[in-house]
Design a protein around this ligand. Structure first.
Ligand code: SAH
Length: 367
């Protein structure tokens, strides 16, 4: 009995030891402030050091433990024995003639993702990715052609904002003002990391960017939109609508088969009631697909179910190997005029950063 007990313990110990050998360092950014305090106290450090580490991580956007210059070299070395930040790094930067900057980031496990900085007169917007690739198969989107490799962690999402903010300060002398989750991936399929990243980005002891200036764009997953409402999130939500007719929408976005317009309407109304947050619709115009008078009327009927609804008409950026074509600017204006005739508020969003493939839906993992 004693023997088998010991044997078992020994087996457990061996498993543990072999696991330890291959065990990677812990991610320091996945620790709470209290946990960091505990780690530092075990090293014989005073608890205020934990606040310093916290500030380095979430306020100053340190890329490594070495960056934490007000900690002694000795303490940094000790921390590095067991911890890492696993930050993403800037791999390449491309600058468009219209001021848009596209950054290709490399994750610590060698995946590539992209983020974009979009300067305008009244704002500087960072467009960030939420996943490596995407599991949705929207038929017009470059990322949709890729597989979803993995979700980004909340700190990797945070890193994109920090790095794009750095470029904004260097290039424009001011911090970025807005964030849109319109890069690679479907943010609602990486719910907890997106929520945690937004918490850190907007926190008073974080980057202090108001959630009102953060927009999460979704292809539309009814169940998760309801969860956002129940969680009373404070950021804005944009639905990539692209067609107000189930048959057309399912062809463009297969996810519509399980999340049809009726279920999305119900969940968005629920979101609106629970949070009072502005919802906007994104509508990419495709020649001969969703640009008829009937399409405009369907869009108006759908929008009228919501108060204060606003439609962004988006210029399509061609994607290699995909048969869709965008509408000319003239035709986009005509479509907008029809909507306005019915009392809808429509804005035409011209494409930016096209010359460097940085425009909406063009982000892809081009190694
Ligand atoms: N998965 C989320 C966010 C990423 S896509 C979503 O679907 O909303 C961000 C936006 O770019 C979406 O509105 C998407 O439909 C749009 N988009 C994708 N490919 C595009 C392209 N080639 N040209 C213009 N917009 C595109």
């Amino acid at each position: 009995m004693v023997f088998s007990y010991l044997k078992l313990r020994k087996q457990e110990w061996l498993t543990f030891a072999s696991a330890m050998k291959i065990q990677e360092k812990k991610n320091l950014r996945h620790l709470s402030l209290d946990e960091i305090k505990q780690v530092l106290e075990e090293q014989g450090e005073k608890s205020f050091r934990a606040t310093q580490v916290w500030e380095w991580i979430w306020q100053k956007g340190a890329a490594s433990i070495d960056d934490m210059s007000n900690l002694s070299k000795e303490l940094r070395e000790k921390l590095k024995e067991n911890f890492d930040l696993y930050s993403i790094s800037v791999d390449t930067i491309q600058r468009s003639s219209d001021g848009v900057v596209k950054v290709r980031f490399k994750t610590s496990d060698n995946f590539f993702i992209e983020g974009v900085l979009i300067p305008a007169i009244d704002r500087i917007t960072a467009c960030v990715s939420s996943q490596v690739g995407c599991s949705l198969t929207c038929t017009f989107c470059a990322t949709g052609l890729m597989d979803r490799e993995r979700n980004l962690t909340h700190d990797e999402i945070f890193d994109q904002v920090v790095q794009l903010n750095k470029i904004s300060e260097e290039q424009h002398g001011r911090r970025l003002t807005n964030i849109v989750f319109m890069g690679m991936g479907e943010p609602l399929l990486n719910y907890s990391n997106v929520i945690k990243a937004i918490d850190k980005i907007s926190a008073p002891d974080g980057l202090v960017i108001s959630p009102r200036r953060i927009t999460v764009s979704t292809a539309g997953i009814s169940k998760i939109i309801r969860k956002l409402a129940d969680d009373k999130v404070r950021f804005r939500l944009a639905l990539s609508l692209h067609a107000a007719d189930d048959q057309k929408r399912s062809r463009l976005m297969p996810i519509n088969q399980e999340n049809n317009l009726e279920s999305l309407t119900e969940s968005l109304q629920y979101f609106w009631e629970k949070t009072g947050n502005r919802i906007s619709f994104e509508y990419v115009l495709f020649e001969g697909v969703n640009d008829t008078l009937q399409d405009a009327k369907n869009l108006v009927t759908l929008c009228k179910k919501f108060q204060l609804i606003h439609v962004n008409l988006i210029e399509y950026n061609r994607v290699q190997g995909v048969p869709y074509k965008g509408l000319s600017f003239d035709k986009m204006e005509k479509f907008a005029a029809i909507l306005e005739g019915y009392g809808l508020n429509a804005t035409i969003r011209r494409s930016r950063g096209r010359d460097i493939d940085a425009a909406c839906g063009q982000l892809a993992n081009k190694k």
